[in-house]
Design a protein around this ligand. Sequence first.
Ligand code: SF4
Ligand code: SF4
Length: 482
Amino acid sequence: MRLWQFHGGIHLTGHKDLSNHTGIIPAKLPKFLILPLLQHIGEPTEPIVRVGDKVLKGQIIAHCFGSDCSLMISAPIHASSSGTVVAIDARPVPHPSALSAPGIVIETDGEDRWTELTAIPDYTRLPAAQVREHIAQAGIVGLGGAGFPSHVKLRSKDIDTLIINGAECEPYITCDDRLMREYPQEIIEGAEILKHTLGGAQHCIIAVEDNKPEAYQALVAAAQGRVEVIKIPTLYPTGGERQLIQILTNKEVGRFQIPASIGIVVHNIETTRAVYRAVTAGRPLISRVVTVTGTGVEKPQNFEVLLGTPMREVIDQCGRKPNLETLIMGGGMMGLALPSDDLPIIKTTNCLIVGQVGELPPPPPPLPCIRCGACAQVCPINLLPQQLYWYCAAKEFKKAQAHSLFECIDCGCCAYVCPSHLDLVGYYRYAKAEIRAAAAERKAADQARQRHEFRLMRLVREKQEKAARHQKSKSNPDLTTF
Ligand code: SF4
Ligand code: SF4
């Protein structure tokens, strides 16, 4: 199969061999599970259990508002183990700002007892919409880190190509690599289920970076020609949805477009396995594979972790080294620095990088931009990062937007090569947050104004109706009006 190239990109040291030599092992069952109500992109869920309720593993404990997930951008939350709900309140969630958000806390009973699960014996006999609803009820979201509810992507019409993203291009992360090596059959079957659910996409491609030869071989052997398994060059950020599409199809997803608008849907490796498990075994998303790595742990490892498990407990299972300084959730380029490990593993936690003092040192002090243009050469979106930087630093947000700020995928390639050590991505994130906050404020003000106007209109209408009734009663004295 012919491959194409996207603009820019960089070669990075992968640090993958820290954690990719040993198999995935189950993490220990924790005493408490903390399950935030929002673990995905979209609408939060609402609890359907109360404090004191007994729950079983796999039972839905928080549903989408209105409980019809298939119509919403949302995904239900399930109990990851059996036990008792001991709290429903705000708890710190994995976010750099130490933000708190509502969640459900389960004290586990150690029995790990499943609820009754409903599998689909032969999905090929069911209409796509019914399989999609089953996937929605299983709470599956994009497990590559984005967290977009998978059933929403599966609503897409006229899909020609399904791509399963096995690039895993970010440094340190190896959970997909291990999954591809250990569960190739489940991934191939999962890809076939996704294909069926998309109404029978013509092509199905699994793309694997060429730094994962064992994973590639395992998938080729399992696929037996049912699905195309393609080796792609290792170059960051190949795993970006748009970059991967360009490499494989030479099609560009335009501004304000989504891949589905050009007939393509992309799903992640672990998402694909989760779909397989949900359909063939009825198993909802209650666990995921997490890479725990970095020089701060004795034995970097991939764990199958129950969602809601405190990060601290998973890190402890690798053995902590002294002088820990950093904790990053996600990869070495786009990951989020966390303030503490007293936070739960959620659906989007693919990797924890635990760093000793000096492993991920802060960059040297920034210097003025010298307009060297190195950032523009590596930007995979073909933006003008230095120009964006000037606008964001000067708070000229309209100009930054006009220069496609929201096309930026925060990949960090520009900052990586910047000789002036400018925190370019920090400026872009700040500007995006400010613009979004201003837009939310405007929306709230508009809604308040609309409510006020509707109320005035209603009062006027009621007054007019009352006047009309009085008029009518005057002409007919037998009528009583109010
Ligand atoms: S790489 Fe850094 S110094 Fe060079 S143009 Fe871009 S922002 Fe300026
Ligand atoms: S962070 Fe944004 S501007 Fe910088 S290289 Fe990536 S996409 Fe381009």
